[in-house]
Ligand binder design. Structure first.
Ligand code: HEM
Length: 467
């Protein structure tokens, strides 16, 4: 006990009894998430706690040793679902994001294979085809919204992974339903397209249905229509499987065939929640990351030159290798996810038992927030951290506790391999076919977009040439 008191004294602590101060901090974190994180770590370091009246204590860290302790701890030492409860309005109560324990483990085991290995390889051509199809409407000398373009591509990819859409359309997801779903999902996510609207997520008091023209009312109506469409796709697919007409390996089929340890299949509600989670988590994040890649590559001509050089050799077959072996492309993607990680923090972990992190003891019910942004800007790991410099990834390797754009431990992003291959193939395909330039060649500041931090919604580029 005495050891604990002694050590607790040495952890920098933010204390407050004022709920006003708490609200001001929340608003700051909402509107200026990166500056807020940065200022805090400059002031309190890489391992500090927040003790507020009427709220559980919270440990905030960007220390690699602490991150290792957390990611490698037994999963039963934390729950995550409770910390993600605020997302249930979007993904439902049965989403992977809200599960813990055995159920979380078995659902992850079920969902992982389609995002890895052979199944993922089969997606490669589809990613290239979708990119070409979406970009076919780009015209010389015309500007386009980078985020919308990338979002259309990544949405097409995730829909195809989930519903297994193929050219013969034997999957039971009609093009009209698919197009409507795509339109509704895009509109729904636009609800949170800027910091002000994102406050709907963080302040439940604002979640009021004042008719279809109010932001929340519109959100609820869109959500209901999406739900009806997904339920109808589930029913159609179930019938097709039962009649032996469908044998796909897509996620919907996989989930429809899965049984739990009691031999029970998933209910429509459970299926819906899981599908909607993957639809959201699987395209918004990757679209933002791709928008950043195009910004950096065109903002810094020397980076583009090196990248084009490597891609040209690859296309001519001189290197004779797979795209994953392109070291410069890989470094550009890694640096993009380092400098402005799409998720500024990992999911909050809530301790279920007393536990020690970096030798300090914490009580059950302590919340743990890992700041990915602060970790990725540690000067001891990433000198001159504000500089976009892919070279750093060519000169050293980073451990799973020093570089974590996809989080880690038992909650590590299940779509990381898909996101990375998408980023590489989309970048290579667009650069091979187009010469682009930024409409405004100036530094771009990240903004809050729902739960993520993304390039501004108005980010535009111009097509200079088709090659
Ligand atoms: C660049 C793109 C992406 C980034 C930066 C990203 C980042 C993250 C992060 C930081 C987490 C939390 C991990 C933790 O707390 O330890 C996460 C979880 C998750 N991601 Fe991603 N993600 C991306 C793409 C995707 C894609 C393509 C999918 C599609 C399947 C996906 C599905 C998920 C799911 C389902 C979880 C929850 C895992 C769990 O709770 O066990 N993500 N992601």
């Amino acid at each position: 006990m005495s050891v604990k008191i002694e050590l607790m004294k040495t952890i920098p602590t933010i204390e407050s009894t004022s709920s006003w101060l708490r609200a001001i901090r929340q608003i700051n974190a909402l509107f200026r998430p990166l500056e807020f994180t940065e200022k805090r770590s400059q002031k309190y370091g890489d391992f500090y706690q927040i003790v507020f009246k009427d709220a559980p204590p919270t440990l905030i860290t960007s220390n690699p040793q602490a991150i290792e302790d957390i990611f490698t701890a037994s999963p039963d030492k934390f729950v995550v679902g409770k910390g993600n409860q605020g997302l249930s309005f979007l993904v439902g109560d049965n989403s992977l994001l809200l599960l813990d324990g055995k159920k979380h483990k078995s659902r992850r085991r079920l969902l992982m294979p389609p995002f890895h290995g052979e199944s993922l390889q089969k997606c490669n051509q589809r990613i290239v085809d979708i990119t070409n199809q979406v970009c076919s409407r780009l015209e010389i000398n015309q500007s386009f919204n980078v985020r919308s373009l990338m979002q259309e591509i990544t949405m097409g990819v995730i829909l195809s992974v989930i519903f297994g859409i193929n050219s013969e359309n034997r999957c039971g997801c009609e093009p009209s339903s698919r197009n409507r779903l795509q339109e509704l999902l895009t509109n729904l996510l636009e609800t949170f397209n800027n910091p002000l609207n994102s406050s709907l997520i963080f302040f439940p008091i604002l979640q009021k249905d004042w008719g279809k023209f109010s932001p929340w009312g519109n959100f609820l109506r869109l959500k209901q229509e999406i739900k009806n469409l997904i339920y109808s796709e589930i029913d159609k697919r179930r019938d097709l499987i039962a009649s032996g007409e469908f044998e796909g390996k897509d996620i919907l089929t996989l989930l429809l065939l899965a049984k739990d340890e009691k031999g029970e299949k998933m209910t429509n509600e459970e299926l819906h929640d899981e599908l909607i989670t993957l639809l959201f988590a699987g395209h918004e994040t990757t679209a933002s990351a791709l928008a950043w890649v195009f910004y950096w590559v065109h903002y810094l001509p020397e980076i583009q030159e090196k990248l084009r050089f490597e891609l040209n050799i690859w296309r001519e077959g001189l290197g004779n290798c797979n795209i994953n072996q392109l070291t410069y492309l890989n470094a550009v993607i890694s640096e993009t996810l380092r400098i402005y990680p799409i998720a500024a923090g990992a999911f909050p972990r809530i301790m279920t038992k007393s536990m020690s992190v970096m030798g300090y003891d914490f009580d059950p019910n302590t919340w743990v927030i890992i700041s990915i942004y602060a970790l990725h800007h540690r000067e001891d790991l990433y000198p001159d951290s504000k500089k976009f410099d892919p070279q750093r990834f060519l000169e050293r390797t980073y451990s799973n506790y020093e570089y974590i754009p996809f989080g880690g431990g038992n909650r590590r992003c299940i779509g990381s391999a898909l996101a990375l291959i998408e980023m590489k193939l989309v970048t290579a395909t667009i650069l091979a076919n187009f010469e682009l330039k930024l409409v405004k060649h100036r530094p771009m500041t990240p903004v809050r977009r729902g739960l993520t931090v993304a390039p501004p919604a108005a980010f535009k580029m111009i097509v200079k040439n088709r090659s």
